[in-house]
Design a binder for this molecule. Sequence first.
Ligand code: NAG
Ligand code: NAG
Ligand code: NAG
Length: 572
Amino acid sequence: MAKLAFWLGWIALLQGCMVKALPYDYSASIECLAEPLAPQYGGGILRNADFNAGLQGWSTFGYGSIAESTSAAGNAFAVALNRTRPYQSVSQKVYLQGDTHYTLSAWLQVGDGSADVRAVVKTVGDFVHAGGVVAKSGCWSMLKGGLTAASSGPAEIYFESNATVDLWVDSVSLNPFTKEEWAAHRAASVVSARKKTVKLQATDSSGQPLANAAVSLDAVRTSFPLGAAMSQHILTNSAYQTWFASRFAVATFENEMKWYSTEPSPGHEDYTVPDAMMAFAKSNGIAVRGHNVFWDQPSQQPSWVSSLPYPQLLAATSRRIRSVVSRYAGQVIGWDVVNENLHFDFYEGRFGWDASTAFYAAARLLDAGANTLMFMNEYNTLEQPGDMAALPDRYLQRLRQIIAGYPENGAGMAIGLEGHFTNPNIPYMRSALDTLAQAGIPIWLTEVDVAGGGPAQAQHLEEVLREAYAHPAVQGIVLWSAWHPEGCYVMCLTDNNFKNLPQGDVVDRLIAEWRATPRAGATDAQGYFEAELVHGEYKVTVTHPEFNNSASRSVKVELGSGSEQYFVDIQV
Ligand SMILES: *[C@@H]1O[C@H](CO)[C@@H](O)[C@H](O)[C@H]1NC(C)=O
Ligand SMILES: *[C@@H]1O[C@H](CO)[C@@H](O)[C@H](O)[C@H]1NC(C)=O
Ligand SMILES: *[C@@H]1O[C@H](CO)[C@@H](O)[C@H](O)[C@H]1NC(C)=O
């Protein structure tokens, strides 16, 4: 009886990835700084981006007045002053290349108080909103955004604010990237954020490398969670069940867990449907997001709730949160505690500005699972650079407010971005994610769909999904495509026979591309076997022809830079 031991040494290799394109700058600042940082990409195509040559290259926009100024520390910048119109600003004329992505960034300050400032690019026939920030007085805030130029032509970059305050501008940048360069950034980021090159060494019990051992890796599970919304039709339609369960690791119940569904009349709770959906999800290994405890939009309240006087509303909301959160505590991976509280304020209007904070704190106490995420869930933060209510900056401000009144210093808080797109601004989407990523907490896209129909719908969906998957801060994606025989919210993936529409083809292609896949091969003369693996769980089996036996064990390939070693002891 010989004893054979395989040492499986997994070494994470340095990614010597060659990206020929100018690397993308993922940095962003969410701090308001005493002096601005240097312009990204040296200002890109802008001249005198740091105003060190005074106002050279810059002009006034909207018949306003501009002047140069210098800080006590000697930093030069521009000021738009005596403003009476939102668009009176410092500006620069540029020439845009068609079919090109542009990143845009700038550092802004206002003369007094704080004010919403938007970056605008005026093209022939259009005013493109390219991002925004809440600028303050006394320190500089970074605006990060972008746009895609549809056609070549002259353009002008400027800033606008409805507040008639002085507008200080510095370190502006507008940098072009071809679509190929943009795709190269994604490819590089997918390698570093979603994959790991591992090296396995097989050695025998005396430490000698085993050459020519057969290695096979079976994919057991893919780490990256991809999910979809699910409607109650899944309970009675086996084709829907098969279609869903064979694709998705996560489900969000479209409406079935919402308050208006579980308590249609006061005091009469009925969880039959969400309970059955939960049972279906569990039996198919599908994780569930809890959606939602409350919805701040007045029109989405159960009809009997809208008109309740204060004491009854207080009693009803406390019953609601205890009821739904305790029922599914430990069974969901996260909660949308107060849906859309950047755009709406039903509860703040009744209970005061800190209503959301109180609901998050209560939800956390009712479901204290270490891995349960408590999401703010909001739209337009990625979709609409022009929507000042949902700017990344505003999102983070609200999040900080909630965290300040929340136990454990914000443990478990997460960023939920709905992602209801029509014409996605991809450079803006990446910039917004860069800014949100600075908070250092998990980001999910929670309700991704693309409106519009036609061939553009599937193309846009693919762009959005690729952008989200490639961003290092994104930890999960859920599609908003719950099926109904009479049609979906704005985007179905299949027809009523569960045959793919073009959008469904996109999703299936990406599932195949992103999933952990099996590998096989033989160790080299030094006993090594190397593979680039998507994060996930694999079953490794090693066999050697000399010994008629094989060893196998489960290994997890995860983000992280340390090397991992596995020891397999085999009796032959
Ligand atoms: C701005 O307004 C002030 C006061 O009305 C005036 O004195 C000053 O000349 C104006 N500055 C510019 C650059 O127009
Ligand atoms: C200025 O106000 C209008 C009307 O309320 C609004 O639509 C627009 O977004 C505001 N602009 C900025 C930059 O805040
Ligand atoms: C190796 O194992 C297989 C399956 O257990 C068996 O059929 C075969 O005879 C064995 N061969 C040798 C050389 O021991």
